[in-house]
Design a protein around this ligand. Structure first.
Ligand SMILES: [Zn+2]
Length: 260
């Protein structure tokens, strides 16, 4: 195939755009696999579960405390009644003895209930502290999630803009470059990421393999508008510099005409 060297060299621009598109796609995949947003959501869920569990524990304690207070009230009332009965002077000595014994028993019961209540109140205070801490952590986690989401959306938006720009560059290039050259490029590009590469010195820009002088001979002998392929990697091999190590003079004027 023959093609103007200027058009051939535009394949390098197309290749650069395709390389950019590949990199953008890799960045998008990496971003999609990024765990920051799901991790922030999981943290919020865990903290909300913790808050709910603490609230339930506190509600249980409140019920226990209320039950104890009601019992203390009953015990107090009973002791008051016993004391009134004793003070009335109407009780017989035997009854007085019984009342005295009951008062002692009621006092022990009251002490025990008040100890329990104190213990429950202390436990409740501890849970309230944990609840406040968990709530504040949940609020912090909400802020972190909002930040992670905004960061993710911003990166995705920038990637989309860059991808749209590169795609539009690609369209413009495929229109500007002759069809058969684009078709050849696309056929190769479907099989390998680098479809067009520059020949720098004796080295292929795609496979990086340095060509032997024997391999270079046909390349140097080929007309400048001949579309060459790398025998190693199959890429379209595009000459930038005129051959200089073959002994024949460099066709500088001809190249200038194509690349200006
Ligand atoms: Zn190669």
């Amino acid at each position: 195939m023959k093609a103007d060297l200027f058009d051939q060299r535009r394949l390098l621009e197309l290749q650069a755009v395709d390389t950019t598109l590949t990199q953008l796609d890799q960045r998008r995949r990496k971003l999609e696999a990024d765990d920051a947003v799901p991790a922030a959501r999981r943290r919020i869920q865990a903290l909300n579960d913790r808050v709910a569990s603490l609230q339930a524990d506190i509600a249980d304690l409140d019920r226990d405390i209320k039950r104890i207070e009601q019992e203390v009230e009953l015990v107090t009332k009973r002791a008051e009644n016993d004391r009134s009965r004793m003070a009335s002077g109407a009780a017989a000595p035997k009854e007085l003895e019984g009342l005295q014994s009951e008062l002692e028993s009621l006092a022990r019961r009251q002490n025990s209930l008040e100890d329990d209540e104190l213990e429950y109140m202390e436990r409740r205070e501890g849970l309230e502290g944990e609840l406040a801490e968990s709530r504040s952590q949940a609020e912090e986690a909400e802020r972190a999630l909002a930040e992670a989401e905004a960061d993710h959306a911003g990166k995705l938006e920038r990637l989309k803009t860059e991808t749209d720009d590169a795609s539009s560059d690609r369209r413009a290039l495929t229109i500007a470059i002759p069809d058969r050259l684009v078709e050849l490029y696309e056929r190769i590009h479907a099989r390998q990421p680098i479809a067009a590469a520059e020949l720098v010195g004796r080295r292929c820009g795609s496979c990086r393999i340095e060509k032997s002088p024997a391999d270079m001979a046909p390349i140097q002998a080929a007309p400048i508008d001949e579309v060459l392929r790398c025998e190693e990697c199959n890429a379209i091999l595009i000459r930038s510099d005129p051959p200089t190590d073959s002994g024949r003079p460099a066709p500088r004027d001809e190249l200038d005409e194509f690349t200006r």
